[in-house]
Design a protein around this ligand. Structure first.
Ligand SMILES: Cc1cc2nc3c(=O)[nH]c(=O)nc-3n(C[C@H](O)[C@H](O)[C@H](O)COP(=O)(O)OP(=O)(O)OC[C@H]3O[C@@H](n4cnc5c(N)ncnc54)[C@H](O)[C@@H]3O)c2cc1C
Length: 389
């Protein structure tokens, strides 16, 4: 495998760097530290930043031009992820990273033209309505029903842990169209949140934010023209979404981890503990693991670059980046001492890194997109072909 970037790709990186220098007013961490920025304000900053990126062709970098993309490859997209780590995260992260690939693989031309450009511009923010109170790991146990009403459908049921639900305009929903067929009775709907019959309730997290919420459906309209794939094909489409969620973002995580690890090394140097052999050993282990993550990330990038969708091996990556995230944050709290435990708005917190927030949020990453236990089940059954009992 050739790990080097081509001249055109290097050129893309240089232009992007210059663009970021010109257009990024201040790093995201400063926005987070600004006491004037409440949750709503921070989300608006993300939306505005997304619009700016889109106007300059830095979103949907590897998507075809006819749907509003830039027509480059997944490699330029990965370069973008690595270069833009100090920028605000985009508002439509769920839409662009998860629904976008599903629309490209499975939607009709009309649906792509209707939904992708507004998803890119941030005009329509999306959330993912898969999990339910009794259907998380066992997603096929979902009970939200889509009942026929003339040509269209009406939704009844509840979703939970819906990231960005309080800020979103649309939701992609897995709903049951046949109660007797566990997998073949699920359909994938695109549903507007701005209508009667929908109630979104924020859930407060351990970090103090309400990044996610519950979504209740009581007779909400789900149009037939907004079904992705055929009726009963929802499970197959959901698997595309989950594979992208688990596997395709390692390199973006990696760019963050490079930055975090640098802060950790600076910190142990400053507090003098880098002299200790046990501390050096812990840091060395974190560095080596990060390089394993890089190699895995390149492997997925090569799969995507050859036009294939990520398969069950995405589970290997999901386990690795999510558990690494926890080891790194816990390691930093341990090695950096009290300064790392201070919350981001404290004047005494580390200036470039919010370790307390990172450690709290890292509890979630081994759960969302399928818990580590579920990823291990997938690896043992679908990659290693081990018997299930
Ligand atoms: C921050 C965050 C954001 C999220 N965002 C979204 C979102 O936007 N949209 C959405 O639809 N969902 C979202 N989720 C939900 C997420 O997908 C579920 O939490 C996850 O799939 C686990 O389901 P559960 O919470 O119901 O736990 P459960 O399925 O009840 O699992 C509980 C525990 O049992 C273990 N377990 C369950 N089954 C097995 C098994 N067969 N073998 C071994 N162990 C097992 C699990 O690993 C876990 O430790 C989000 C979750 C988090 C934490």
């Amino acid at each position: 495998m050739d790990f080097h970037f081509s001249e055109e790709q290097q050129q893309f990186r240089m232009e992007l760097r210059a663009w970021l220098k010109e257009n990024l007013e201040r790093p995201w961490i400063e926005e987070l530290r600004d006491p004037k920025n409440d949750e709503k304000k921070l989300f608006d900053i993300r939306r505005n930043w997304q619009a700016k990126l889109n106007e300059s062709g830095y979103l949907g970098i590897h998507w075809p031009k006819e749907w509003g993309g830039r027509g480059l490859t997944v490699v330029e997209n990965a370069i973008f992820a690595a270069e833009a780590i100090h920028a605000p995260p985009i508002a439509s992260r769920v839409g662009i990273n998860l629904l976008g690939p599903a629309l490209i693989h499975h939607a009709t031309e009309e649906q792509r033209r209707r939904f992708i450009p507004k998803m890119l511009s941030g005009e329509e923010v999306w959330c993912q309505g898969f999990s339910e109170p009794d259907a998380g790991s066992d997603l096929a146990a979902l009970r939200t029903r889509a009942e026929l009403d003339g040509e269209d459908f009406r939704l009844e049921g509840q979703k939970v842990w819906t990231t960005f639900a309080p800020w979103s305009d649309w939701i992609f929903v897995l709903a049951r169209t046949d109660p007797d067929d566990r997998y073949g009775g699920i359909t994938f709907f695109l549903v507007s949140l701005h209508q009667e019959g929908i109630d979104v309730r924020p859930i407060r997290q351990i970090t103090g934010e309400s990044e996610f919420g519950e979504v209740f459906f009581s007779g909400a309209l789900a149009k037939r023209e907004h079904i992705v794939g055929a009726i009963g094909e929802g499970w197959k489409i959901a698997m595309t979404v989950l594979a992208y969620e688990r596997g395709s973002m390692s390199l973006a995580h990696l760019a963050r981890f490079d930055h975090y690890l640098k802060d950790l090394v600076d910190g142990v140097r400053e507090n003098g503990s880098l002299q200790r052999a046990d501390v050096r050993e812990k840091i060395a282990r974190l560095m080596v693991e990060k390089e394993v993550l890089r190699a895995n990330g390149y492997r997925t990038l090569a799969t995507l670059a050859s036009g294939q969708a990520p398969g069950p091996e995405a589970s290997l990556e999901k386990i690795f980046w999510s558990e690494y995230s926890r080891r790194l944050a816990d390691g930093a709290l341990d090695l950096l001492g009290l300064q790392a435990h201070l919350l981001v708005r404290s004047p005494h917190a580390r200036p470039h890194m919010d370790w307390a927030q990172e450690a709290l949020y890292s509890r979630a990453v081994t759960i969302y997109a399928g818990s580590s236990e579920i990823q291990r089940n997938i690896i043992s059954k679908r990659i290693l072909k081990l018997p299930s009992s």
